[in-house]
Design a protein around this ligand. Sequence first.
Ligand code: 5AD
Ligand code: SF4
Ligand code: FES
Length: 359
Amino acid sequence: MNKATERILEKPSFSRDDLIALLEAEGEAKKKLFTLSQSVKAENVGKKVYFRGLIEYSNACSKNCFYCGIRSANRRYQRYRMTDQEVMEAADFAFESHYGSIVIQAGEQSGKMYVNKIASLLRNIHQRTGGKLHVTLSLGEQTEETYRRWFEAGAHRYLLRIEESDPVLYEKLHPANQRHSYQKRLEALHLLRKTGYQVGTGVMIGLPFQTTAHLANDLLFFRDLDIDMAGMGPYIEHQDTPLYQYRDQLLPLKTRFDLSLKMVALLRIMMKDINIAATTAMQTIDPQGREKALLAGANVIMPNITPVKYREDYLLYENKPCLDEEAAECRTCLEARISMAGDTVAYGEWGDSAHYAKR
Ligand code: 5AD
Ligand code: SF4
Ligand code: FES
């Protein structure tokens, strides 16, 4: 059985059943999977890690995803939005630290004022860094017009996780209304591509009702969509969310973590030159989670540069790390971790996905 699984690794491409077998691999087959993903990484993207300073701009959100701690129905958190000055200070920190780029992330918000505000932040950042600091947005589903305005104002990349590529499971994880439509999510990903962004997506791993067949399909979904970037991490329950009631039916944390590593490794083998993030959620389960993700094939890390006073209010899931560490502390901490994983930080490089460049 194990030998048969090992032989799958020699195939030029994986079928759905191959992926399921590899996601369930243990022992020697699992070891070989990671050896292969490591060498694919070294050959195709090198042993470099790109830093993206993460700005958690606002926790206001109009959505009510069943898994997320900052869903609008949760009254526990004080809703905040960073001031323009705070955003500029964070951007300056990233720029002065030679991070090639930043990510501006927030709950999903819309409206003319909001769209203008983001556009003006983008123009300001562009101006003060002479266009040298690249900006990724992670601001949810927007209209095509909004995507275009932000692109023209200087954003280059956009992250929008599909969260789960199976429409039936997607529906179980979201309220049944137009605001949470799977179809719209999918359309948004196509609009982003059409607008010219480098497009990133991803899923949560170890969700209630999710099987290895779902995860195999998620990987095929990424391949078919021909994505440029991926961010995936374990699902971690949050007590103020509807999905919390299923906590006893979840895979153990360790298994969710292991599956996440395998997802990273498999995606690296399938899509050799894309950017894959070692996500913060991985570190929530294992103190060395992000280093392990790098070893498995990831090549991007998003050090948190949000002002510390807001961090407690941006808890998408429980036990999120770095709540008290200032941006500079995370930088030092991550440098040490990355060198332990045998990689080096590519300071001063944008780190665009090589995949996007080739398209
Ligand atoms: N566990 C792990 N990840 C989560 N996210 C939201 N809630 C959770 C959770 N409970 C992820 C989603 C979202 C990203 C910003 O955070 O995938 O796209
Ligand atoms: Fe809002 Fe995103 Fe959380 Fe959904 S996952 S509730 S859209 S912040
Ligand atoms: Fe923030 Fe280690 S990354 S303290």
